[in-house]
Design a protein around this ligand. Structure first.
Ligand code: M6R
Length: 610
């Protein structure tokens, strides 16, 4: 996935400065390469290279570029290696057309060939270049920029968004065909971007676009058109209440640490959202469904695994959890008219999830309930109902506070369902809900404070570790998988997350002297986990434990720092807290290893591609 931003201004002469400022806010979407195309006196100045916005700005002086309109792009490589020539924006055949895209053009090879055969000079191996050439091609035929942009979408297959302009025209055009796009109307300038944070430095007056729509930006207005027939659409703007400074580090060295530290507030806020007027609708959707699937990717899926245990335990509701890309081949034929798909996605733009959304909608196979963080996302607009995670921006590539919020959401819904269907009695349900409401924010803070110190010390002893396991049992199954994902993602260590009783069925053979295995447990399950710990420790493995402090577990750690403990809490609150020491361990280890945890190599926060 990549990020694009285009700005058209009446009076600005320093377009490079504002494009860099806005584009910088999309860093989480890609940092393989960066480019800016700025139009000054009718000439397009195009500068691009491999690296992050900061690096390329220093190298090429992006923020000094002159002009009153332009486009910037931050790339996460898919088609074509992360090289200078494949960096975006691109020119068309000559230096008249400039543009950049986000997403994938699936008919890249065929269409590139077709363009070459008709005389187009294609310089890169990047599919974004074809968007600019497609517009160039139709402009030659129609001499009408709006029509050329509209017709270009007939040639381009895939899920994408692009922005394009001409050196001799004031306007910039953009298209939304499956990837996110937000526009904004400021004072004598307009902006279009892949995501809201990068619009906010210019304006809070925003327009959310739908797939199949295109727009024209002039300094004073944004006109939205339906691509199918070119009809002008009425899309009133709205004032966003998102704080423009939310995407700042706020004194923390990294966004990841800031976001971990925001979890006590998230615990409070998400409860407020859950107890609002839509609760009845969400519960009914689950209750009335013949079968309920919970579909998500990465961390969101790990939270879904934890959720499945809550739904079973508190509500007796069977939930089938599936990873996004696997859903259709594994469960597609089991969908029925009264099925429910709970689609969980921080970004609300993950392609693997949108594929499931489209499958359900196109075939009328039941309802969809989105659980999402990004307001204005495709998932929000297109699911039958949605639950907001209430986390504010999550900028760091590793998900932390959104995973945390998801586990709270699932546990809360499960308790409410269980109280209604009698699976748990009223008093048990109320006790848990009170613990969520009254104790969780404080316990989350205590965990961060305490486990933070332990995790920092433990990380220092793990600098040479490059292979380990993280095992969970029962409720901590998803927690362990999430811990392992964090360690892989930002420490570049191979760390497998797995069910602890499964470890003896093969992986145990990897254990040699001091081989590290992290066990995540709750007081309810530690009697069983001790069996699994023994199987490792008697073979010389190093046991690291995450969970509440229990006398029975103490003998299994060689020293204090190998026991990352969380405060005592309600039995069912504990699995929500257990992830925090693992988030902190991965964070400190990443920093100690000299890695920037906010921007792990090869990754992008939102994956809008298959
Ligand atoms: O936006 P989504 O929740 O749909 O993203 C899903 C995954 O790509 C995401 O959780 C990813 O696994 C995280 N970077 C992990 O920290």
């Amino acid at each position: 996935m990549c990020g694009i931003t285009g700005i058209v201004s009446l009076n600005r002469g320093d377009i490079g400065r504002i494009l860099v400022e806005c584009g910088y806010k999309l860093t989480y979407r890609g940092y393989d390469s960066v480019g800016v195309a700025a139009v000054h006196n009718g000439v397009v100045d195009l500068r691009k290279d491999v690296g992050t916005m900061d690096e390329v700005d220093v190298r090429l002086g992006l923020s000094e570029m002159l002009g009153n309109r332009g486009i910037t792009q931050l790339r996460w490589a898919t088609y074509g290696a992360p090289t200078k020539v494949n960096a975006q924006p691109h020119f068309g055949c000559d230096e008249t057309f400039y543009g950049a895209h986000n997403g994938n053009i699936h008919n890249y090879h065929e269409y590139k060939q077709e363009l070459i055969e008709t005389g187009h000079i294609i310089r890169s191996e990047n599919d974004g270049e074809l968007c600019v050439h497609a517009v160039d091609k139709y402009y030659e035929e129609t001499q009408d920029m709006l029509e050329a942009v509209r017709l270009s979408t007939r040639d381009l297959k895939g899920a994408f968004a692009f922005a394009v302009g001409r050196s001799d025209a004031q306007e910039i055009y953009a298209v939304k065909m499956g990837s996110s796009l937000v526009a904004g109307i400021g004072n004598d300038e307009t902006i279009v971007s892949s995501d809201l944070p990068s619009v906010l430095p210019v304006t809070s007056n925003v327009i959310y676009l739908q797939d199949g729509e295109m727009l024209k930006l002039t300094p004073h207005e944004v006109t939205v058109y339906r691509i199918e027939d070119g009809k002008v659409l009425d899309r009133p703007s709205q004032i966003s209440d998102v704080d423009p400074n939310a995407a700042e580090k706020g004194g923390f060295p990294h966004f990841m640490l800031k976001e971990i530290n925001e979890q006590p507030v998230v615990a409070q806020d998400v409860l407020g959202l859950l107890e609002g007027s839509k609760l009845e609708e969400w519960l009914r959707m689950i209750e009335e469904a013949s079968n309920v699937y919970l579909v998500a990717c990465g961390s969101s899926h790990n939270a879904g695994i934890v959720g499945t245990y809550y739904f079973n335990r508190l509500a007796g509701t069977p939930i089938i959890h599936a990873i996004g890309g696997q859903f259709e081949p594994m469960y597609g034929n089991t969908l029925e008219e009264d099925s429910l798909c709970i689609l969980v996605s921080q970004s609300g733009e993950t392609k693997d999830i949108l594929n499931v959304l489209n499958l359900v909608r196109k075939n009328n196979l039941g309802k969809t309930l989105g659980v999402l963080n990004v307001v204005g996302s495709t998932l929000m607009f297109n699911s039958d109902s949605y639950i907001p995670m209430g986390c504010g921006y999550e900028v760091s590539v590793p998900a932390t506070k959104t995973y945390f919020s998801q586990t709270i959401i699932f546990s809360y819904l499960a308790a409410r369902l269980g109280m209604r269907n009698g699976k748990i009695d009223e008093s048990e349900g109320k006790m848990f809900l009170n613990a969520l409401r009254n104790d969780l924010p404080r316990l989350t803070q205590e965990t961060i404070d305490h486990a933070g110190i332990l995790a920092k010390n433990l990380a220092r002893t793990m600098m040479d570790v490059d292979d380990l396991y993280c095992l969970g049992y029962g409720f901590t199954d998803g927690v362990a998988k999430e811990g392992a994902l964090k360690i892989k993602e930002i420490c570049y260590n191979h760390c497998e997350g797995m069910y602890s009783s499964e470890f003896k069925h093969g992986p145990l053979s990897i254990v040699t002297d001091q081989y590290p295995v992290i066990f995540v447990t709750t007081p309810e399950d530690s009697w069983m986990v001790i069996n699994h710990i023994n199987e490792v420790s008697c073979r010389g493995g190093r046991t690291i434990i995450v969970g509440e402090r229990e006398d029975s577990l103490e003998p299994y750690v060689a020293n204090e720092i190998d026991y990352l403990h969380v405060p005592k809490s309600d039995l069912l609150i504990n699995p929500i807290l257990d992830v925090i020491p693992l988030q902190l361990l991965s964070y400190f280890l990443s920093v100690d290893l000299g890695i920037n945890p906010d921007q792990p190599r090869n990754l992008s926060k939102t994956l809008t591609v298959d």
